[in-house]
Design a protein around this ligand. Sequence first.
Ligand SMILES: Cc1cc2nc3c(=O)[nH]c(=O)nc-3n(C[C@H](O)[C@H](O)[C@H](O)COP(=O)(O)OP(=O)(O)OC[C@H]3O[C@@H](n4cnc5c(N)ncnc54)[C@H](O)[C@@H]3O)c2cc1C
Length: 475
Amino acid sequence: MAVWKTFSDLDLSEARKTTFDSLHDCFTRELKPDLRPIDGRPGVLTSPSDGIVGACGRIEDLQYGTDAQLFQAKGFPYRLLDLLGDDAPGRALARQLQGGSQSSGRRGAARESDRQRVQSGGKAWRDSMNLNEDVTLGEQEADFSAVDKARVVEALARVLPPGALMYESEDLRPYECDGLAAYRALPLVVALPTTEAQVVAILKACSELGVPVVARGAGTGLSGGALPHTQGVLLSLARFNRILKLDPHARTAVVQPGVRNLAISEAAAPHGLYYAPDPSSQIACSIGGNVAENSGGVHCLKYGLTVHNLLRVRGVTIDGEVVELGNHALDAPGYDLLALITGSEGMLAVVTEVTVKLTPKPQLAQCVLAAFDDVIRAGDAVAAIIAAGIIPAGLEMMDQAATAAVEEFVRAGYPLDAKAILLCESDGTPEEVAEEIARVRAVLEHSGATEIRVSRDEAERMRFWAGRKAAFPAA
Ligand SMILES: Cc1cc2nc3c(=O)[nH]c(=O)nc-3n(C[C@H](O)[C@H](O)[C@H](O)COP(=O)(O)OP(=O)(O)OC[C@H]3O[C@@H](n4cnc5c(N)ncnc54)[C@H](O)[C@@H]3O)c2cc1C
């Protein structure tokens, strides 16, 4: 809570409670009079419990009407025309919306028929907006009941080699969900391309037949992004998985979308390099999925998310057009479309090739484990570390429930009587690490840590992190 307050300027004046046991408590508000119902249609957000508002705010009129921007999911600014389409109807709509307000949300309890997982360009966004409603962005019901499985199989079999197309129920079963296993659905067919030309051919065929397509990497996502559409094609990029080039001098690697996150670091290791974003799922998750989710890991505080570690992405749009965003130089002129596609959850293009930046491995990394007898004190210590101007290589907190759950699993040696522990990593030259750890230790002592341990070797450092990284499987 203390950390949230520090970073997000939380206004708790309208919260229902005055003391908070959880973040949920501080986001719970009394329903305002007359708020419900706004609209009886299931596609429209009608109360805070029906979904999550991801972002909201003003549509800023930056230069002139049609260049107005709004801030969308994951904090990226989008131009209205990028969303609505830079054509006459798009510009007319943009003029109407400039200076207004916007919100975007993710619905809860979606019905399968509502899950329209179709990649969208400007037109689909425009179509999904209902200008006569209070809620700006609605959701369009789509009817794919006319999709003919036999025709889809026939069309895709023409463009794929044998073994790259699956449509029998037992073959489809492994693809029925991603990491969000509460939602399951069998796709009509699964296509497993190994080249960009095959991806283009699949998307062109699906576009012509009006078939929805869902891209899938390793299926570790926790947001249901790779949940199949029952009337659609699941496009698995898992076999499209070669490292095409690794340039230790330029510190870059060019990889296909199905390459595992950790495999990039393994390939770069002999050159003293690694790929910095390290989601806890890195042993399995794919770089295509990382781009689509803008994934990060414990080290993203210092080294950034996926978006900060990319140079160039090639992809294919829903109608089969190949696009290339960014380039091999450190900065590209023009709009930052690389940032637009990163985190777009497979909705703008199927990623077919990624150029990532590689980072030199630090000479030394050490991890401080600090125990606290109070969760709030541990949170305050995080704020104090940042306030002291320290940007640790990694900084994570685990409460007592989490340490108890993982200790059985990984035997990390966590102090189980602590109400919370902090893991704070320092990296660099031995001198830099020693200096930073001394500063971190001073802040932690001042913040009321009851115990402080510093990893003595690489094995102990890995053990400290093992519990944090294994929290999901342990639970
Ligand atoms: C144990 C565990 C720990 C995790 N830890 C973290 C963590 O620390 N940090 C974090 O950020 N996430 C974490 N995740 C979530 C998940 O691993 C990441 O979001 C990861 O980037 C998903 O990659 P994937 O290859 O599994 O993608 P999938 O789950 O297959 O797909 C995810 C999304 O990407 C789209 N997609 C996949 N491939 C492509 C492509 N080639 N082109 C276009 N779109 C594509 C899909 O349509 C879907 O919307 C964790 C998950 C688990 C199970």
